[in-house]
Design a binder for this molecule. Structure first.
Ligand code: MD3
Ligand code: FE
Length: 209
């Protein structure tokens, strides 16, 4: 990792590396994301059953993209609107995965979440993967957000902390199935994205290697 880096462990298996990526690395990553959204445009996902739109816009790269629509959550090899295969995961992210997770197989999905000022993500678990032994790697870019981390049960206690541009969060072990969400984004807290907002990249192994 390229920044000063300050590690905090809010729960067992949850490591927040604050400032892990310096601005040069963040800009390089942003160039990669622009390339990805050019091939696989951000789209407005809808909620299972209700079809209500999410406030977050999404796209993916990697062999398995994560999608949400009226019929449910799933991984699929094609973009839901263009029908094209997802673009490849950038080398920089594959390297970061190897470096931070030590997992013996590469990630298969990099979900790209875009949060405009009023976007949020409700408390949920990431449980659509078969490879639950693999950690999840998350990278924050752009405006600061409040992240909420709960426990393994929905009604349990939660703790909140801020995620800043360049922060890397690694979640594994006992808390791989912990509830979590994004409560809010603070506008104008970063100059990385010209038009503001926040991007989160989440890398996951989907199938058992
Ligand atoms: C803690 N995204 O896409 S990533 C998601 O910032 C998602 O966009 C959030 O939750 C975002 O599913 C948070 C950080 C994260 C990812 C997975 C976790 C934290 C986690 C799994 C267990 C516990
Ligand atoms: Fe999640």
């Amino acid at each position: 990792m390229t920044g000063f880096c300050n590690k905090l462990t809010p729960a067992p298996g949850v490591d927040l590396h604050s400032g892990a990526l310096d601005t040069t690395a963040q800009r390089r990553l942003l160039d990669d994301i622009r390339e990805i959204t050019g091939q696989a445009p951000l789209y407005n996902p809808t909620m299972p059953r209700t079809g209500k739109p999410w406030t977050v816009r999404m796209t993916s790269c990697g062999p398995q993209g994560w999608v949400s629509d009226r019929s449910g959550y799933r991984y699929q090899p094609n973009h839901p609107e263009t029908g094209n295969p997802w673009p490849a995961i950038p080398q920089m992210l594959l390297d970061l995965w190897d470096e931070t997770t030590g997992y013996p197989a590469p990630p298969e999905c990099c979900l790209v979440n875009f949060y405009a000022d009023n976007a949020r993500m409700g408390l949920h678990r990431d449980e659509d993967e078969e490879a639950l032994d693999a950690p999840v790697l998350s990278i924050s870019l752009g405006d600061t957000a409040t992240f909420r981390l709960g426990g393994l049960e929905r009604k349990g206690k939660t703790q909140s902390f801020k995620l800043h541009s360049g922060d890397v969060l690694l979640i594994g072990g006992d808390n791989r199935l912990a509830y979590h969400g994004i409560d809010r984004v603070f506008p104008n807290t970063s100059t990385l994205l010209k038009d503001g907002g926040r991007i989160n990249l989440t890398l996951r192994r989907v199938t058992k290697p």
